[in-house]
Ligand binder design. Structure first.
Ligand SMILES: [Zn+2]
Length: 426
């Protein structure tokens, strides 16, 4: 039997184990916020991976945003060295899940298996991917115990809230230094036959328009900041949104609607703060003297972030020149540069060939509209040979009755094991 056939058979024999592992992970409710049960899931992974021969280290992101004694930001990094020198392949999965929300028909932390689907918050995003990578690595080690190089598996905190207590913290401390890790696969739910090369960039900013408070019965004695913000929106509608729609990208972003520059108006607040739900009084009549808008601009690898920023400032300056009384402030809240791994990167080729071997068709190359932890591995770790590849349907992430398919996980685990074979067999 060829090594590839032995790997397939080894994975096929581990179906029940893969199901049980996924269920166990779902049953630890690692909700973020607040960042609950990170230690519990790290302890669980620690027991599992040590039993499989991995050396493990638990790393608390002390002092990172969100870290506290009540909700410590624990991460685990496990490493299994082969018999000889060679490269290190690292599987990175985030351990946190978003809130369950409403609309579930099953227990979001029950791990129910029904008709080949495992249900639960985090089933596809991304405990199913984590479980598939663990089973792939264990099967590979069982078939080829004298492999070259090393396999690492990490479970990291806080991806859903920016990754600062997780991958960013580890990357800042050298865990993703290209001298120790050469290939990274992030098993996010991008579908079992798709290779995600990277993501678009992000620029968040808050715009504030200024006015002058006055009695609401005599608005002409003040200056309404909300009307000034209305002028900002009108300018966006007339010129900015059409201009953004013209900026197309060569990045293979999915869904296709995101294959251009986009801007979301995340929120607008003007005038008195919104009263609490139980307030029964009337508002007082005032002309709002300030209005704030948060914008979420997603940009392309072809765009420069300085131009993205300048475009918004130019829009505001046009209004300052043309509109009486218009004044504003703008401040940046958050920025992430776009990233896209080259198609000829070694990890891309290895996974693409494994996808072809399992599905008898070419892998689809995609780019994510939103960001994930690859940004920290690229920008902080300076490690470019990184992709997202894993089982699960992205559209199900963060929704009620989230599930992952057992057969999808089995096929993905086979792809991962075959890729390990290509990268670590020599
Ligand atoms: Zn995710």
């Amino acid at each position: 039997m060829s090594i590839a056939d032995r790997l397939r058979a080894e994975i096929a024999g581990r179906r029940d184990d893969l199901v049980a592992l996924t269920q166990d992970l779902i049953r630890i409710p690692t909700l973020n916020p607040p960042g609950a049960n990170y230690r519990e899931i790290c302890d669980y992974l620690d027991r599992r991976l040590r039993a499989s021969g991995f050396a493990t280290e638990l790393v608390r992101a002390t002092g990172a945003p969100g870290d506290s004694d009540r909700y410590p930001r624990w991460n685990i990094v496990a490493r299994k060295s082969g018999a000889r020198a060679g490269p290190c392949v690292h599987f990175n999965a985030h351990i946190d899940v978003v809130e369950a929300g409403h609309g579930w028909t099953v227990d979001p932390f029950g791990g129910l298996l029904r008709e080949g689907h495992i249900y639960g918050r985090g089933a596809c995003d991304m405990k199913g991917g984590l479980a598939a990578s663990i089973v792939a690595a264990e099967a590979f080690i069982a078939v080829l115990p004298d492999f070259a190089g090393a396999i690492e598996i990490s479970g990291t905190a806080d991806e859903e809230s920016g990754g600062f207590g997780g991958v960013a913290y580890l990357a800042e401390r050298g865990w993703f230094d290209p001298a120790r890790v050469q290939h990274v696969i992030i098993p996010e739910p991008l579908n079992k036959d798709r290779i995600c090369l990277g993501h678009r960039g992000v620029w968040w900013a808050e715009i504030e328009t200024k006015g002058e408070i006055a009695h609401g019965s005599m608005p002409f004695l003040g200056d309404c900041a909300v009307r000034h913000m209305g002028a900002v929106i009108a300018e966006m509608e007339a010129r900015l949104f059409p201009a953004l729609a013209q900026k197309r990208t060569a990045m293979p972003v999915v869904p296709e609607g995101a294959r251009q520059s986009t801007l979301n108006i995340n929120s607008i607040h003007g005038g008195a703060p919104e009263p609490p739900e139980d307030d029964t009084g009337l508002p007082s009549p005032c002309v709002p003297d300030r209005c704030r808008m948060v914008i979420d601009r997603r940009f392309l690898i072809e765009e420069d972030i300085a131009e993205v920023e300048a475009e918004i400032r130019a829009l505001l300056e046009t209004l300052r020149e043309g509109r009486p009384g218009f004044d504003y402030d703008i401040r940046e809240l958050h920025r992430v540069l776009p990233t896209m791994t080259r198609r000829d990167a070694p990890v891309v080729g290895a996974v693409a060939r494994a996808v072809r071997a399992v599905f008898d068709r070419e892998a689809e190359y995609v780019v994510s509209p939103g960001t994930y932890d690859q940004k920290h591995i690229d920008r902080i770790g300076r490690l470019k040979n990184c992709i997202a590849y894993g089982p699960g349907i992205l559209d199900l992430a963060h929704k009620p009755d989230e599930w992952v398919g057992v057969e999808d996980m089995m096929q993905s685990a086979t792809v991962m094991a075959l890729a390990l074979h290509e990268l670590l067999a020599d």
